[in-house]
Design a protein around this ligand. Structure first.
Ligand code: DON
Length: 345
């Protein structure tokens, strides 16, 4: 016979178990198959087919070599937290990662020095302004976020290193660890960007003048430009996002690339600033933390589950890939995976 005392103990234990399950982040709940997995190939194929022939937007041209990327290339991919890949189109074409590198170097800064350093020495405030805005620095008293150019140049300067080579090696290794394979610089992209980087050089010097850059400015500019010139495919971006979905553990190599505890902080910055002055519209429509780059790549993260990545070189006015945005938004809506609840399309 169960006494009322035992009933209340059992109820308390059951309630605690439910509570602890609820408190456990999704990535810590073990290898449960994603309930939406049977839909993945269908929604990826459908999004690719829907936008394949869309010609809106144009390649970035302020980095001259980016005009040479064939504009019709288009790839869409989902990578699950256990490394399964569902793809359509040009998902193995290698293009420059550009600003999609930024959250991953912010992750490195948090790994080395903790989130407070990121918050205090760079900032985490969305600017609502363009990625290369100098005005934002004045408005926010030099405290922006690591996903705009100023904050990303500051982030590489914060990486703990005693030489430029060591700084670069750490940045490159970290990006490679997120991708689960060695990534290398597209040297022609680097030359094209570094020889025309007058705006970013200005930003680096302003930050240094204000005590908000933590290495010599030209060194920070070179390392930042190199990280933007790293070659990736849409599949790589998917794997990098899947590492974040998987609590910082790369699905292929099983390496813990960043502490699981800091993944939510990083995703929060991606949610508020990943699309610059389009971040509000992006969250409103797609409901997912994401990062975009002028090479045409975008990666979005469904925390604890999977990543959606896409590549298409034609950009809108804000510098975000037109077809990549549309494809990811559609997939997020069809799967109902917005972080605040299913998002309508
Ligand atoms: O510094 C720049 O302007 C480029 N290397 C990166 C900008 C970028 O990708 C903006 N994203 N949409």
């Amino acid at each position: 016979m169960i006494t009322s005392n035992r009933v209340s103990i059992l109820t308390t234990v059951a309630a605690a178990a439910v509570l602890s399950m609820a408190a456990a982040p999704a990535y810590a709940r073990g290898p449960v198959p994603d309930p939406a997995v049977k839909e993945f190939q269908r929604v990826v194929d459908a999004a690719h087919a829907r936008y394949k022939d869309l010609k809106d937007g144009k390649n970035a041209d302020y980095i001259p070599i980016l005009t040479e990327t064939p504009s019709d290339l288009f790839g869409v991919v989902i990578v699950t937290k256990d490394g399964k890949v569902y793809s359509a189109g040009d998902v193995d074409y290698v293009f420059s990662i550009q600003s999609v590198s930024k959250p991953f170097t912010a992750a490195l800064v948090m790994t080395e020095q903790g989130p407070d350093t990121l918050k205090e020495k760079i900032g985490v405030e969305p600017t609502g302004m363009a990625f290369n805005s100098k005005l934002a620095l004045a408005v926010y008293e030099n405290s922006v976020n690591p996903l705009v150019n100023a904050g990303a140049i500051a982030a590489v300067s914060l990486v703990q290193a005693t030489s430029e080579q060591e700084r670069w090696n750490k940045v490159q290794q970290n990006l490679s660890d997120f991708a689960g394979r060695p990534l290398t610089v597209l040297e022609k992209v680097y030359e094209s960007e570094y020889t025309t980087a007058f705006g970013n050089r200005g930003i680096a010097n302003l930050l240094y003048n204000w005590g908000r850059l933590y290495s010599e400015p030209e060194e920070a500019l070179r390392v930042y430009t190199r990280e933007c010139s790293v070659g990736v495919s849409a599949r790589d971006l998917g794997m990098m996002g899947a590492t974040l979905a998987n609590g910082g553990v790369n699905p292929l190599t099983k390496k813990q690339v960043m502490p699981a505890a800091h993944v939510p902080e990083l995703l929060a910055v991606m949610a508020t600033a990943g699309f610059y002055d389009e971040s509000g519209v992006w969250m409103f429509k797609a409901g997912l933390p994401a990062k975009t780059g002028v090479g045409g790549g975008i990666v979005a993260v469904v925390p604890g589950r999977f990543a959606i990545a896409a590549f298409s070189p034609r950009l809108n006015e804000a510098g975000n890939s037109v077809r990549s945005m549309k494809a990811i938004q559609d997939i997020a809506a069809e799967l109902g995976v917005g972080v605040f609840g299913p998002n309508p399309n």
